[in-house]
Each structure stands twice: as C-alpha cells, then as structure tokens.
Design a protein around this ligand. Structure first.
Ligand SMILES: [Zn+2]
Ligand SMILES: [Zn+2]
Length: 254
C-alpha cells in the first residue's frame, strides 16, 4: 500500500513535532505525500485545539513547506474539523470531520480525555447509563458530514477508546449497536470515506484500529471506501501499524 498519512498533528495543537520535522520524517520514510490535519479551533477547549492565531501560523507554515519541499513530496493542508467548531473550513485542501465532545446540559464534555473522565461523565450527566452517553455521541457522529462537509470521517467509534477490557460498556449491547448502526447508515449516504485509524493503538489504548471490525465490515459491505491513517502526534509513529493494515481490512472485506 502507499505509505502516506493524511491525519497528522503538529505542535500547533497537541502533536509533538513541527510541520517541517514531520515533512522530513515523511521524506525519510519514502512517503509520496503527507497531509496535515490540525485540530480546529473551538472557543470552549484550549487543551488540544489550535488557537485562532496558531491556526493562521499553521496555515502559513504548511503552505511555505509546500513551496520548499514541493519537488520531493506532495504536502496537503487539511484540518481536523471538530463537530462543534464554529470555524470556517474554506481554504483547506481537505477536511477530516470528527466528534470529540458531546454537548449536554449546555456543557461540552470530552469523549476521549481519559477513562476516568468518561466514567465521571456517565455518572454525572447520564445517571450512570453509559449507553445514553454513547447514544448522544453517535447522534453527533451521524451528523458530522452535514456539519463539516468532510472528505474523511475521523475515528468513527472514538467513544470505545478506553473500553479495551469491555468493562465500561458491552459493544454487543443492542442499544450500543443500534446507536452506532444509525450513525453508520447516515454516513453511508454521504460521499465521505471512513478512516481506519491506528492513533489509539500507537498510544497504547487499544489493540485494534478504529472503527471496530464489525463496523468496518458493514461499511465495506456497502461498497464504500476507507483511508488509512495513524492520527499521528509523534513523527516516530507517522506510519504506525501500516504494515498490518491490508490484512486487517482484507479480513473485514467479505
Ligand atoms: Zn480526533
Ligand atoms: Zn486527530
């Protein structure tokens, strides 16, 4: 497969490296292309999103690298547009649409901050019912294309990030299945491609990429396309898990 990654974070959001360090890493790895996808600004969370000022510098820097390294590698300027981000996506080469929060009782609650925060959200906002939390999450996922007009659907089942041992919720539970299926059905009607994302594997949270095998199987059975990504936050992991990707997708193609 072509070793190119289009889901790449830099130090302008929560990544470790500068855009130039990542371009150089991609060239060293023989990538024909690299796409940057900084976290879009949100007014309610500065912990991992780019500020407006950083977004301007991010755009200028990546556009500058396109000129500097244009004869060596194709560089794309993208954005990982959060579902709740009010920023415009005009001017980017492509958009990844992602849900990182659920909005509940007027608050934006982070879906992927930590296992402890997920437990606290389920307790405080959903009376301990994790499936209600998941239903709200998937309602936003179902709507992510309409809201962001993304070309790529980011980490479809991010809410499963901390459920490695299966003790937060049962992924086979009818309510979880119904919520995920409804989101999948809505997105099957769009032109967006689904991302197979090893970001949580690279950071040791999961042993399989997003989305789960049953979701990926249903997506592929509908004749839809996928794109591989490492959701890179560290140049050392730019192509994390790429060697295992083809077998993983092939196993889900029936
Ligand atoms: Zn994301
Ligand atoms: Zn990301």
């Amino acid at each position: 497969m072509i070793p190119a990654n289009y889901h790449t974070h830099t130090h302008f959001c929560d990544g470790k490296n500068s855009p130039e360090e990542l371009v150089q890493a991609a060239i060293r790895l023989g990538c024909p292309a690299i796409g940057f996808s900084g976290h879009s600004h949100t007014p309610f969370d500065g912990s991992f999103c780019m500020s407006r000022e950083d977004t301007r510098v991010y755009i200028d820097e990546v556009r500058g690298l396109q000129k500097k390294y244009g004869d060596k590698i194709k560089i794309l300027l993208g954005i990982e547009q959060d579902y709740d981000s009010p920023e415009s996506t005009a001017g980017y080469d492509y958009v990844i649409g992602s849900v990182h929060y659920v909005k509940k009782d007027g608050q934006y609650l982070s879906v992927d901050e930590s296992r402890e925060s997920q437990i606290a959200i389920a307790e405080q906002f959903y009376g301990g019912d994790f499936y209600s939390f998941a239903e709200d999450y998937y309602r936003a996922v179902a709507d992510v294309y309409r809201k962001t007009r993304c070309q790529i659907i980011g980490h479809f089942d991010l809410i499963a990030k901390f459920n490695r041992s299966g003790d937060l919720f049962d992924p086979k539970h009818p309510r979880y299945q119904a919520a995920a299926q409804k989101a999948l059905d809505a997105l099957l009607e769009t032109p967006a491609v689904l991302e197979v994302n090893t970001g949580a594997m690279a950071r040791g949270y999961t042993t399989e990429p997003y989305p789960s095998k049953d979701i990926l199987t249903r997506w592929l059975a509908a004749g839809k396309e996928v794109i591989f990504s490492s959701d890179c936050h560290d140049a050392d992991n730019l192509l994390f898990g790429y060697d295992a990707y083809e077998a993983h997708v092939a196993a889900c193609r029936k």
